[in-house]
Every structure is written in structure tokens, then in C-alpha cells.
Design a protein around this ligand. Sequence first.
Ligand code: FMN
Length: 778
Amino acid sequence: SPSDASLRAQREQGCPFSSAVNAKGCPASEMAAQFDPFEGPYLVDPAEALRWSRDQLPVFYSPKLGYWVVSRYDDIKAVFRDPILFSPKNVLEKITPPTKEAVEVLRGYDYAMDRTMVNEDEPAHMARRRALIDHFLPERLERQQEMVRQLTRERIDAFIDSGRVELIDAMLYEVPLLVALHFLGVPEDEIATLRTFSLAHSVNTWGKPTPEQQVQVAHDVGRFWQYAGEVIEKMRAETAGDGWMHYTIRKNAEMPEIVTDSYVHSMMMAIIVAAHETTSLASANMFKTLLSHRSAWEDICADPSLIPNAVEECLRYAGSIVAWRRQTTGPATVGGVDLPEGAKLLIVQASGNQDERHFENADRFDIYRDNAVDHLTFGYGAHQCMGKNIGRMEMRIFLEEMTRRLPHLRLAEQEFSYMPSTSFRGPDRLWVEWDPALNPERDDHALAEKVRHFPVGAPAAKEIARSVRVSALRQEAEGVIGVTLEDARGRPLPDWSAGAHIELCLGDVERKYSLCGRPGNGRYEIAILREDAGRGGSRHFHEHLREGGELRLRGPSNFFRLDEAAPHHVLIAGGIGITPIIAMADRLKAIGADYEVHYCGRSRRAMALRERLQADHGSSGCVHLHIGNETGRADFAQIVAELPEDGRIYACGPDRMISDLEAQTADLPDGSFHFEHFTAQNVALDPDKEWAFEVELVDSGLNLSVAADETLLDALRNAGVDVPSDCCEGLCGSCEVTVLQGGVDHRDKVLTRSERTENRRMMSCCSRAKNGQRIKLA
Ligand code: FMN
């Protein structure tokens, strides 16, 4: 085969990888030799086409392409993280070398595409990005929502009674183009030509045109270049014009050494493509994915608050940017493979997005996935897509309007085709159909107006909730109810691991409860203690939960995981803290591990799950009850003293119990003591007592000020940085950021004492810089 021949030829010429062969072995293989991003499996499904690479050879050299291909999540992120060693200078290079004729044609148009935002090196890039980022901040983008909604509605109105439409032509191409032009302030008079132009730019940069096509494409690209120049001249005359390109042109006059003439011309051409092609393709992928995962589509129709996370999961599972490029500026190591200076890299985000090492059940499309937002489709770090929040906004509005007005939409029978490209991916056509007689707005005339608004930015974890039904309710102990929950539509609830909790939402009340049943049966069991002196949540559930009643549930999430490999486990529960502890005991018993349980309570009657604990775990003699009004309090000093080497202690209960244990375990090796608090201290900020502080974000090259009345998490979000967050009380650990330098005033309940001393991690929802110091984060 040709690939055998090319390998043989390389062997005869001597191995081109000798400098890259190290302890990890040779980065070439038959599979690597066959890799071709312009045909076959990669076109159909790039993540699937690189499964072998993720498993066997995560960094390999592709002789057909002349690039090193990187397929794992962490390696891709590491490359994005360092724009100095991994320069973006080759991002807009023609991946298929141009023919002489094509070069001649382009010269005839004075084509001089050079540095834009995506392919500019530091320090020029960050200086420019900082000067031009204002228009992309969430508060500015909120003002664009109405325009996007209006354009979307007009398109839907035009086809809603037809019963069948090709969605890309009818809406998904033109709306993102109009939104982009509006955002940029570019005149909308050449829409049809722009479609040809941007296709040509795409094929020219990331595609594989034949020599004949190259000439035609070169003419289109050349005309596009000249058109961009004319538009700039027109816009220069309108000195007060609105939109980002007007702003850029004004900055060009103000600071010509930072926002240069060449940049403005190159950017004008590149941005028109970047701003709309990406969103059009991602939206087409989104409808195709959701309509072929019907239950997800139906869940969204029933509950539109799922839309922001569903969009994120679509971007993960079937994003429009599947790979990007970098070039090394010195010898580098990626995933253990040594690369020479000048090595060209194809980093395949679509593959990283389905890497099991980062996403659980990565192959499964799951709109309830709580880390979908970690996808790499927008890139990461200093060059992360500036327009990500505009794309998200459009996709959410498309989905919101379509699920509300056409819930009975379905994919028509069709064969899908894709344009050959290393980097851009979406179907050429997307036919959908429906029965117009069943359009809900024919009966409900107000339906078209029932709009749901989503705030700009990454979805909050809070929005990811499913509907469940209370299938059983019982008195578990004095003041404690036991609740069994099932999926409202009868499907099994997802599996969970010992230590996990869910969040129950009823009306405005939302509280977390640990799962304490047996995993794997598709139902959840929780136990709720009524705390009359609390904030009212537990009382609300005690008073309002009814068998058969429906409510919403988030999770499961697990921030209290077992290290199953330890030789011995001591599980300690205080009061209602038994809930995660009993699940851990069940798990350790199931895997035949060595463990003991200490359950401390005020009185026998108040100790929930006591009988089950004794029945399931008592026979092996590993259950110790410490009952205040019978046997007295547990002797923690002794329990800790008897812990065998490498043993682990897991504790859940009142704050006092956990602080006692923290003190007793202070001399144990790191990682011996694990705990979970059920309640946070008051995390409300008192601006009179707080310090404002400065933060440097090294990966994204940003500097932020955090005001005295603001959390670090809020400051990050306002600057458009995506940080997941859940409890916002310092309990769950989801908003963790990596500290590189500076003193931190840790206020969370997640980190252990030694983790605080180490000062590598901080919870952005509550912790702050010490005394107004400056801190550096990754
Ligand atoms: N409270 C319980 O009664 N049972 C539980 O299993 C339980 N698990 C929790 C798990 C986590 C991770 C957290 C953070 C809290 C948990 N809580 C549990 C505490 C409840 O979330 C809530 O704070 C409690 O019901 C008191 O609410 P209230 O003050 O509004 O009445």
C-alpha cells in the first residue's frame, strides 16, 4: 500500500524520528502512516478515528500531513497553555501546499494575509487582545441578545408551516453571518458573495483542494482580500460607526504600533469567517446530535433550563473546530515524546473532548454531564476563542426557539456529507421535517412569546437538573425522613459512587443530600434531618415532600471519594453524617476491603440508618456505636492511634467532630484523613472588613482586580473566564483554581491543613488573597 511504501522510503532514507525516540518508544506506526484527515474515518468522526491513538500512541508523526498529531486531553491543554514554546504562527498556513499557479493568482490580487489574532506571537498578541477585548465582555454581549432572537424568529416564521426544511440554508448559515456582521459593524450588502468568499478561505487554509480547484479558490480568496480592504476604507470614513471592527479601526488610529494596518486588513478577512462559520457548523452539529438522541431532545423540550449545558455537551461531543495547529519554537516534550524545534503540531480537540481520562463515559452523549464545559472546542488559555460567548448565545437561542415552537421536529432520512478539512466540521446539509398540523402555536397563540432568557457566559452547574418523582417516603429516625427518588419519566437514574451527593430543588429551596442507598438500581435514597434552627431548607422538605410529588435534582457529584486501594479504612459518622459513610461501608464490603465503622449519635432513636448499618455490616464485628446517652462519646485519640500504616480515615459529621479529628490526625502522613462538612460558615462578604486584591492569570495573560465586595469567582466570570462552580459556599470544591504564587486566605471547607500550607489550590467562591496581596493563578 502507499502508506507501506512511504514508511519503507523513510526507512531507507534513515529514520526521521531518531531525535524523538525516547523511553516512550517510537512515535511512528502503521496506523500513524495511514492517518489522513481529509478522508474516511476522520471525516465521519474524528474522535473515533483517533481512539487508537488515545489508547496507544497519543503523540504521533503523520507522514502524509507532515505534522505531529496530539490526541489526549491533557496533552492538548498543555500545548494550548504555552503559546511561547508552542507558537500559533502556523494557524492560518495553507495545510495543503499551494500550487505555483495559485500563488501567482494570489499575487495578482496583492494578497498579503499576515498576522491576525489567532496566529500572532507574544508579546504583540496579548497587547492587542487586551486593547480589543472590551466588546466581548459578558455585560456588553447581553445587549446583542435581542438582535439574535429577532433574526432567529424571522427565519422560523418563514418555514414553520412548511413541514420540511434544509436548516442550514434556512437559518443556521445566515443568522450567524448577520450576527457577525452586526457585531463587527460590517455592511450587510454582500451576503451571497461572502458565503463564497468564506468557503474559499476555509478550503484554502484547512482543506485539500485539487490543483484545478486551487486556482478557483485563489481567485475567490484574492477577491475576498480586496473586498476586505474596500470595506475597511468605507468604514474609516464613518468615524462614529458601531461594532468591533469600527472600534478596531479607531484603535488602529490611536495606537498604530499595537493595532497595525496589516493586522486590521488581515483580521477583517479572517474574522468574518471565524465569527460565523464556526457558529453555523456548531449549530448544525448540535441539531443533528440532539435529534438523533431523542430523549435528550425531549428532556430539553420539557425543561428549557437544560439548554445551556446541552449546548456545551454538543460542543464537546460534536464541536465545529475539531483540530488546531501550533509549531514548536525550541525542543519540546509533549505526552513524553520529544519534539525538535520547528515541529508542526495538529492538536485534535475533538479527540481530547472524548478522552476517558478526563470525561467519564466520554463516548456517551449526556446533557446532564457536569464537566461538559471543560471541552476544548473553544481552545484554552491566551488564545481561547474571544467570541465563545457570542457562539453560545446564538446556539442557545436557536435551540430555545426551536424546541419551544417545533418540539415534534425530527431528522429527515438523508446521507450526510462533510467538506474535507483538518479543522472545521459540520454537515453540508441538514434536512429536518415535522407535521405542521401539530405545531403547538396553532392552539397556543402566546407560545411564540414565551421566551426564556439565559445569562451570557458558561452555564452554571445549577442549571443542570433532571426531573424526579418521590416514590417512597418514610420516617427513618427521630426528626429524619427517608426519601426514595425515581426518574420522572421512568428511566433509570445514573449510577453513582460511594460518598456522592445530589442536590434537591423544590420551589426556591435547594439543598444537598448524600446518597445512602445501594448503587446500581436506578433509584436514589436520601435521608433528611429536620434542623429547626437551620435556614429553613430541611423544614421545607419535611413539610412539602409527598409521595408521587415531582421535583428537580442535580448531580450526583462526588467530592468525598474513597481510595479503595488502601489496606484499611476507618469510617466515622456523627449524626446525619452517616449517609455518605454507610454508602462507603457498602462499597468496601462489596469489594472485600478491610474497614470499620464508628457511628456517633445523641440517642439510639435519633440515629438514622442504624438498623441497616448493623444488619448489613454488624456481623463482621466492624460496627462501633457511640451513643451519647448510653455508651458515652467516642475516643478519637485512640481510634487514630490504632490506625494501621497506610490506613485512611473518612469522617462526616458536625463541625466540632471534624475539627477534633483534624487536630488528632495532624501528625499522620498527607492523604490519611478525608472529611466532608455538611454546613458552611457564613461566607457573606463584609466590604468594610475585606481587602481588594489583584490577580494575574498566567495561562490567559490577564490581570484582574477583585473588589472588596466581590468574590474571585465573580471577577473571573465578569472577565469572561469559564470557571465551573456549584455550592458557592466553599463546600464542594468545584470552583478550584491553581495558585502559582502569593499568600491565600483559605476560607473553604475542602482543603486539608497540609493542602493549605502547600498553597497550590484555592476555592475561588470564598477564598481571597491575604491582606490585599497580589496572587498569580494558572
Ligand atoms: N443533610 C442531611 O440531613 N442529610 C444528608 O445526607 C446531607 N448530606 C449533605 C451532603 C453535602 C455534600 C452537603 C454540603 C450537605 C449535606 N446535608 C445533608 C446538609 C443539607 O444540605 C442542609 O444543609 C441541611 O438539610 C440543613 O438545611 P437548612 O439549614 O436549610 O434547614
